[in-house]
Design a protein around this ligand. Structure first.
Ligand code: ACO
Length: 332
């Protein structure tokens, strides 16, 4: 969205989240690859992550998180006008995971589609929901960000397999009183960095063959250092942009809910925004990087544990494959 400090009146009226029960610890990973709890903790801050059961798919997590968000918002499934699922790990290429979940959620009046913006997916989803509500096309939009990165992780690659986990976070976007809700929002992309984070095969470029499977091309590949540098720069730039666009100052910010990729990236953002440690929500020690689910799961936990209070100015900010980024200043 362009420079604008007049985006109020659309916001989040309910949140929900879900993580699988199965826990994989750093000690478990020590048995799979040449790594250590000490390295993972020091370089990333992650201690354990959740893994989706083999007999379940991403839609299972969408349904669980989506139900909770509807309950929290006190709306019935029939009241949902659109379901947007953000994911890089859909149940299958098509139909969309949103359509698969729509039936089980009972959202019979909802349009449904998937949106792919990697870890920035939740902010991208919010921006679409914002457009629907502010144009009066819809009243209630369910955005669910869900990823099962364990399904596309190369469990022999220590450079990536220690980083990720599975989960889902959801929010209902609706009309809220003026001066509340989304104050400003920024999304962006830089396709010149597309090769830094990718799943090379399984699409139209490299359809699945014996060769793609043997060459491990169905697993996530990442240039960690490049993504790290991009993340540190973009988290700061994108946060400052939404503060400015909302006509606010750094000291007006009460709380930060960042993408949960690496504690060093989060600490760098927190320090640049001059926020104390208790003003940022961190759960990557428990869950690792859940891709687009990280921000909404963290937001849900921060609200439910009263870390975020009514009226707080909160920054949601993330980055991911694409490369993409997104930030939102929201008053809850
Ligand atoms: N255990 C032990 N040693 C390891 C491990 C491991 N799991 N992984 C790498 N190493 C080694 C490397 O081989 C290297 O060894 P060398 O010096 O002998 O060559 C050394 O540790 C340092 O490796 P670096 O890659 O330089 O480590 P770095 O400090 O950069 O940390 C990390 C790597 C954690 C991946 C970091 O770069 C990072 O967090 N990047 C951002 C990644 C990210 O945010 N990705 C998600 C994007 S969101 C999405 O869309 C999914």
């Amino acid at each position: 969205m362009g420079p604008n400090n007049n985006l109020t009146g659309v916001g989040i009226i309910g949140t929900g989240s879900y993580v699988p029960e199965k826990i994989m610890t750093n000690e478990d990973l020590e048995k799979l690859v040449d790594t250590s709890d000490e390295w993972i903790t020091k370089r990333t801050g992650i201690k354990e992550r959740r893994i989706l059961d083999k007999d379940k798919a991403t839609s299972h997590m969408v349904i669980e998180a989506g139900k909770k968000a509807m309950e929290d918002a006190k709306i019935s499934p029939e009241d949902v006008d659109a379901i947007i699922v953000t994911t890089v790990t859909p149940d299958m290429a098509f139909p969309s995971t949103a359509c698969i979940a729509q039936e089980k959620l009972g959202c019979v009046n909802a349009s449904a589609f998937d949106l792919e913006a990697a870890c920035s997916g939740f902010i991208y989803g919010l921006s679409v929901a914002y457009g629907y509500i502010s144009s009066n096309m819809y009243n209630n939009v369910l955005v669910v960000s869900a990823d099962a990165l364990s399904r596309i992780t190369d469990w022999t690659d220590r450079g990536t397999c220690v980083l990720f986990g599975d989960g889902a976070g959801a929010a209902i976007i609706s009309r809220v009183p003026e001066n509340k809700g989304i104050l400003s929002l920024d999304i962006g992309a830089d396709g010149s960095g597309a090769g830094y984070l990718e799943l090379p095969a399984g699409g139209s470029k490299n359809p699945a063959t014996m060769e793609t499977v043997n060459n491990k091309m169905h697993y996530l590949k990442m240039e960690g250092n490049e993504v790290f540098k991009f993340a540190v720069r973009k988290m700061n730039e994108a946060s400052r942009k939404v503060i400015k666009e909302a006509g606010l100052e750094l000291e007006d910010i009460d709380f930060l809910v960042p993408h949960q990729a690496n504690i060093r990236i989060i600490n760098s953002s927190r320090k640049k925004l001059k926020l104390d440690k208790d003003k940022v929500y961190v759960n990557l020690d428990k869950y690792g990087n859940m891709s687009s689910a990280s921000i909404p799961v963290a937001l849900d936990e921060a609200i439910k544990s009263n870390k975020i209070k009514k009226g707080d100015n909160v920054i949601l900010v993330g980055f991911g494959g694409g490369l993409t980024w997104g930030s939102c200043l929201i008053r809850l």
